[in-house]
Design a protein around this ligand. Structure first.
Ligand code: XMP
Ligand code: MG
Length: 180
């Protein structure tokens, strides 16, 4: 059993991800110098990107976590449930939410609204992957790793039925995997 054999094609390689994480971390380090930002990782999908990005940030910062799940209801609105909130007090802090992927934008939009209640000094978004063609609510990340087409992807934190998060790259599964 080797999970790499379930991958049809690699969309973003390990090398490309590492390079982009360094580039984004450099920009964030410059733009947030002296601001002691709070980077927030939505569990679980963003864990790999979050860790790689934070390791390359060279300024003082703190990090925390949030857990939000989106449910597609029968209506097109979608409901987002937040089951874990950051313990860091965010009032007057500079917050960056570091997400794995922005698809419809509903999850991140709900997370932003929830965190805004604590009156942070600013909130910006970073995402590894952006699927702009899928957007249902208006939300844009300031720091984007890669814009990808509308394909279901796994790896580098992203899962299919909780599997494949540990792949070091982002790829598309072979169709046979879905019929297993
Ligand atoms: P929305 O639509 O609220 O959703 O922006 C973002 C969340 O949906 C999941 N998602 C994916 N997960 N491969 C995945 O493994 C994908 O291609 C994909 N597209 C969306 C993900 O949990 C993300 O946080
Ligand atoms: Mg996610």
């Amino acid at each position: 059993m080797n999970i790499n054999h379930d991958i049809e094609k690699i969309l973003v390689s390990e090398e490309e991800i590492n390079k982009r994480c360094k580039e984004l971390a450099k920009v964030i380090s410059e733009e947030y110098d002296g601001k002691m930002p709070v980077l927030i990782c939505p569990l679980k999908g963003a864990v790999s990107f979050f860790a790689h990005l934070c390791e390359q940030i060279t300024i003082p910062m703190v990090y925390d976590f949030i857990k939000a799940s989106s449910y597609e209801g029968t209506s097109s609105t979608g409901i987002v449930n937040i089951s874990y909130m950051p313990t860091t007090k965010l009032e007057n802090r500079h917050v960056i939410i570091v997400e794995d992927i922005i698809d419809t934008g509903r999850t991140l939009s709900a997370v932003v609204e929830e965190l805004k209640k604590q009156n942070p000094a600013s909130i910006e978004l970073a995402c590894l992957l952006d699927k702009p063609s899928m957007r249902k609510v208006s939300i844009e990340a300031k720091y984007v790793g890669f814009v990808i087409p509308n394909e279901f992807v796994v790896g580098f934190g992203l899962d299919y039925n909780e599997e494949y998060r540990n792949l070091p790259y982002v790829g598309v599964l072979k169709p046979a995997v879905y019929s297993k």
